[in-house]
Ligand binder design. Structure first.
Ligand code: NAD
Length: 354
């Protein structure tokens, strides 16, 4: 075996377990945060309020302002609120949108973030921030936005609707898949990626069958943690570029878009990524090629399987193919405009990936 890699560990502090929310005050004490602003989306205000209640006098307020893609004006208003209240940190409660808001405040004003994730998107494990100004989303990496601590409490995911659990879980798997063949892949990250996919592939059908299963919810969040960590540690390729273009230009929903596109990217990339193919062969249920197995699994769980059903017009295929190939990036197989156009056409119609 010939190995050649650079591995840089990210400073992560993680508390995991059913009821872990009760340990959040202690977590803040350990970090010497005394006045935190709780951030969440409007839909999760009640959850945000209950977290503030757990924090008692350590909480200075709840800002239920988080929305998808972190609009700059929302981030500015939340930053002002944090400053007015004399907050020394933010606690984000929710998915990528809530964490994204906390990261924007950290980036602009240096307030540390403590994350309490309630989806499987994985943003809490990455130093990647995003900010949307005048409809244009800018992203970047900065160590200051990496949460100082992450508290994973699977009990908080029991309310995540089944359809969102499935697509969010496959969104997490997409991080691990691309980490397996990333230009900066490394052995420890590949172990985490394989285990993350395995845990999610096992847990998601159990959640579909019984959304209140605490064991399945715990396994899925564990898988999401691992997949998020692989996202934070590596550089993503074709799949994430495509989903970024589809989400940014057409405003398609984040997790469902990842869910539809992933099997087609696998079908395209895996012949050029044998180690990733072998890992996915071990991690995914069933037999046959991993792309097909993932597509079958998504179908069995009732997930969307075509971009058309997410609202994409056929006439947008060429534009997105152009956008996704306008800059070069690492990918196991060279990517041409015609390849991406054909891939998008299959994903748009939902035909069997091959
Ligand atoms: P989200 O945070 O927008 O959440 C979707 C909806 O689900 C929201 O209305 C939210 O209130 C609700 N919700 C969340 N958890 C719930 C729960 N447990 N019960 C009931 N409702 C719940 O969606 P997301 O998929 O978690 O995040 C997507 C966003 O995160 C995108 O903007 C994406 O670009 C970003 N993201 C960033 C990174 C990164 O590294 N920077 C990584 C992944 C995703």
């Amino acid at each position: 075996m010939h190995l050649d890699f650079l591995y840089q560990a990210l400073p992560m502090r993680v508390r995991f377990g059913a009821g872990a929310l009760a340990a959040l005050p202690d977590e803040l004490d350990q970090l010497s945060f005394r006045r935190v602003l709780v951030l969440c989306s409007l839909e999760q205000r009640a959850t945000g309020e209950s977290v503030a209640e757990v924090l008692g006098e350590r909480s200075v307020g709840v800002a239920a302002d988080a929305v998808m893609h972190v609009p700059a004006e929302v981030a500015a208003a939340a930053s002002d609120r944090a400053a007015e209240l004399g907050a020394d940190a933010c606690v984000t409660v929710g998915g990528g949108s809530a964490i994204g808001l906390g990261k924007a405040i950290a980036l602009q004003h240096g307030l540390p973030v403590v994350a309490v994730p309630t989806t499987y998107a994985g943003s809490e494990m990455t130093p990647v921030w995003g900010l949307t100004t005048d409809g244009r989303k800018e992203t970047g990496r900065d160590q200051r936005v990496l949460p100082a601590s992450v508290v994973y409490d699977p009990d908080l995911t029991l309310t995540l609707p089944v359809a969102m659990s499935v697509t969010s879980g496959i969104n997490a798997m997409a991080h691990a898949v691309e980490a397996l063949y990333a230009p900066d892949a490394s052995p420890i990250i590949s172990l985490m990626a394989e285990e993350g996919v395995r845990a999610l592939a096992e847990a998601l059908p159990q959640i579909v069958a019984d959304p209140g299963s605490t064991g399945a919810r715990s396994s899925a969040l564990y898988g999401a943690w691992l997949c998020g960590a692989t996202l934070g540690a590596t550089t993503m390729s074709l799949h994430h570029k495509l989903c970024h273009a589809l989400g940014g230009s057409l405003n398609l929903p984040h997790a469902p878009t990842h869910t539809v596109v992933l099997p087609y990217v696998l079908a395209f990339n895996l012949e050029a990524a044998p180690a990733a193919a072998a890992a996915l062969d071990r991690a995914l249920p069933g037999s046959g090629d991993p792309a097909h197995r993932l597509w079958e699994l998504a179908g069995e769980m009732g997930a969307p399987r075509s971009l058309a059903e997410l609202g994409m017009a056929e006439s947008d295929i060429d534009r997105i193919a152009e956008e996704a190939t306008s800059k070069s990036y690492g990918n196991p197989r060279p990517v041409t405009y015609d390849d991406v156009r054909a891939l998008l056409r299959s994903a748009w119609s939902g035909s069997e990936p091959n």
